[in-house]
Ligand binder design. Sequence first.
Ligand SMILES: C[S@@+](CC[C@H](N)C(=O)[O-])C[C@H]1O[C@@H](n2cnc3c(N)ncnc32)[C@H](O)[C@@H]1O
Length: 228
Amino acid sequence: MTNLSQTELDKQTVTTAYARWAPVYDLVFGAVFERGREAATAAAEQVGGRILEVGVGTGISLPRYSANCRLCGVDISEPMLRKAQARVSELGLRNVEGLWVMDAEHLSFPDESFDVVVAQYVVTTVPNPEATLDEFARVLKPGGEIVLVSRVGAEAGLRRALEHWFAPAARKLGWRTEFSFERYKLWAARTMNMRLLERRAVPPLGHFSLIRFAKDDGVREARSRASA
Ligand SMILES: C[S@@+](CC[C@H](N)C(=O)[O-])C[C@H]1O[C@@H](n2cnc3c(N)ncnc32)[C@H](O)[C@@H]1O
């Protein structure tokens, strides 16, 4: 059994890891995560409006959004964001409002600022995933959606054992290998106005899922409960 303290991530480890990944990130993780990004950006486009990408990284997804979405991106890694900024300039992405170095767990945006919060391959890399999801819910407008693509740990069997065995090594690379879907369900169940909408497996290897949450309009919800 792996000791939890050995598997938890700290921000220093993550920033050091992504400073190393930045020059080669697109080459190593570009194609392999493409189908997940395709699914997440399509889901975000369905809602549209003002979209926040948390852990935007090298900005690899930004060209996927249509010109009428307004995009904001944040990441804790300055070297990753420099790549994103270069991409925005090179491609002339005029729908990008701004890119900021910011911690997902402490977003400096006012409440209810965005129609969609997207986080692709990010939630399992932050030290406090539930606190981070709380921040996503805070900056989301009622009627908006949180769209995640995330690694979901196996519930049982050999894969689960391997994930726990590999956890300490993964931590040094800035990842968590073991992260159960139950944590997302529990988070939604205890969070006011947030509702799990969908979980859908995305490639590669069925280890990743597209996960969507909706933020209900509190007044509308109360009315429909009262009339039921
Ligand atoms: C696996 S990469 C994913 C990048 C991009 N979303 C993609 O689809 O390829 C994880 C990103 O999350 C960022 N990240 C990790 N912890 C963070 C935090 N606490 N706040 C903001 N960004 C964070 C990393 O710097 C890195 O750019």
